[in-house]
Design a binder for this molecule. Structure first.
Ligand code: ATP
Ligand code: MG
Length: 506
């Protein structure tokens, strides 16, 4: 049997075609090298950035590098048992997490799988973890307060719904405590909360879950946890997964608070991945796109306009500094992306001033638009008074002869500092905060000994709750102090002062 040349070439072409089909080079690939949780794969020509890949043994990986000859992927599970030459399949899906109210009260990993020992999460709604942030026209300016329940923050560094406020400080300065207190304070406000733990000890996360449960805060909170022992890719995905969960609620017109604890560890996880993928290291060995890592996350916090349901996503990222250095690479990046920072200081913390907020270095660039008027009225001069006090304090160390005005500033500052100290897990309502700050502003603390300030405060607030519910209600309703209300407060505080003095003497 003889064949014409054309027929031969057609036959070969057909064969090659079939061969290609069998290989499905677009949809499957072969592992070239694998190690340290990173796989280089030949084939997978159609793979997308961020796509999930299926490795043998039901292990998943995520596409990170799309190169001419191969694809670089990170593994999100145990890579033992996977070897060179193994086959890898595309899934055609970007990493997604389940979303919706089923997430409330649950602890999940970065992929949205339950890790609290409860039922597997069953949701009919899934969202990709990465998404482009809402555009300029879809947003509205921040105008409603998000109360933290902490006097020092709500008075001087107010946070509005949809804002991004960084909590920054050295290790063990009470960063997480501020975030948890803020979650606890959202009880009954309708604000849903998400706590994302990145690279933390599993025991720490367990403690936080217990605290939230003990304060009835778990019913409106979802927890996304990727502990220090988990693979870097999971730590990398966790904040985006938490954000996707929050976005679902935001787009339903609800208000959401999300905590990223903390983004320093997130950056480190990303650096690990990038170096293993052989991306070129830059400053502090972080890859060049580390700024984008956090900006595309934090830009997703927003206050949506009325047409889109007026929902909001408020983000409180946390950054850990080394020896108070806020000018290191990652801290400066995140400071520039957020709308302000709450700066915590070790010296203050050790001196017992807790929350250890440095009121001089802390700012909130948009939140004051969201503060209620009554709070503005009592806290307007607070920052300045504290700054003056600190200045005089340093100066007063040298001399003993002080004029009356200086002594007065010092006395007032000492009492203010005491008043702003607040215990953990003890958030205060706005009305109570207004009353406390009112007492300080109008010199009702003048005759109270410095170490008695917190006792005076709690006795005063109890008295107000008992005898003057009308005042509390008026502050809540009017949200502002008019002459009439001020007169009532003055009278009540004077009467309480008399009682308090006789109580102390007696
Ligand atoms: P890390 O760097 O380890 O994450 P952190 O900065 O998140 O620490 P926390 O864990 O919040 O700090 O707090 C450190 C310790 O200080 C905890 O034991 C906590 O209970 C205590 N603490 C925090 N805030 C207060 C407060 N307002 N009053 C009293 N104790 C507090
Ligand atoms: Mg912490």
């Amino acid at each position: 049997m003889s064949l014409k040349p054309e027929e031969i070439s057609k036959l070969i072409k057909d064969q090659i075609q079939r061969y290609d089909d069998e290989l499905e080079i677009d949809e499957t690939g072969t592992i070239i090298t694998i190690g340290d949780g990173i796989a280089l794969i030949y084939g997978l020509r159609n793979a997308m950035a961020g796509e999930l890949l299926r490795f043998p043994g039901d292990v998943y990986g995520m596409v990170m590098n799309l190169e001419e000859e191969h694809v670089g992927a990170v593994l999100m599970g145990e890579s033992r048992g996977i070897k060179e030459g193994d086959e890898v399949k595309r899934t055609g899906r970007i990493v997604e997490v389940p979303v919706g109210d089923v997430m409330l009260g649950r602890v999940v990993n970065a992929l949205g799988q339950a890790i609290d020992g409860g039922e597997p999460i069953q949701s009919d709604r899934y969202r990709p973890v990465e998404r482009v942030a809402p555009g300029v026209m879809t947003r509205k300016s921040v105008h409603q307060p998000l109360q933290t329940g902490l006097k020092i923050i709500d008075s001087m560094i107010p946070i509005g719904r949809g804002q991004r406020e960084l909590i920054i400080g050295d290790r063990q300065t009470g960063k997480t405590a501020i975030a948890i207190d803020t979650i606890i304070n959202q009880k009954g406000t309708g604000v849903k909360c998400i706590y994302v733990a990145i690279g933390q000890k599993a025991s720490t996360v367990a403690q936080i879950v217990e605290k939230l449960r003990a304060h009835d805060a778990l019913s409106y909170t979802a927890i996304v946890s990727s502990t220090a022992s988990e693979a870097a890719p999971l730590q990398y995905i966790a904040p985006y997964a938490g954000c996707a969960i929050g976005e679902e609620w935001m787009e339903n017109g609800e208000d959401v608070l999300i905590i990223y604890d903390d983004l320093s560890k997130h950056a480190v996880a990303y650096r690990t991945m990038s170096l293993l993928l052989k991306r070129p290291p830059g400053r502090e060995a972080y890859p060049g796109d580390v700024f984008y890592l956090h900006s595309r996350l934090l830009e997703r916090a927003a206050k949506l306009n009325d047409e889109l349901g007026a929902g909001s996503l408020t983000a409180l990222p946390i950054i850990e500094t080394q020896a108070g250095d806020i000018s290191a690479y990652i801290p400066t990046n995140v400071i520039s992306i957020t709308d302000g920072q709450i700066f915590l200081q070790t010296e203050l913390f050790n001196a017992g001033v807790r929350p250890a907020v440095d009121s001089g270095l802390s700012v909130s660039r948009v939140g004051s638009a969201a503060q209620i008027k009554a709070m503005k009225q009592v806290s307007g001069s607070l920052k300045l008074e504290l700054a003056q006090f600190r200045e005089m304090q340093a100066f007063a160390k040298f001399g003993s002869d002080l004029d009356a005005a200086t002594t007065e500033t010092l006395n007032h500052g000492e009492r203010l500092t005491q008043l702003l100290i607040q215990n953990q897990y003890d958030p205060m309502s706005v009305a109570h905060q207004v009353l406390s700050l009112y007492a300080a502003k109008h010199k009702f603390l003048k005759s109270v000994a410095v170490d008695q300030v917190s006792k005076y405060e709690s006795a005063m607030l109890k008295y107000m709750d008992r005898e003057h519910v009308d005042i509390i209600n008026a502050i809540n309703e009017k949200q502002a102090l008019d002459a009439d209300l001020e007169a009532k407060i003055n009278e009540a505080l004077t009467r309480f002062g008399e009682q308090y003095e006789s109580m102390i003497e007696g």
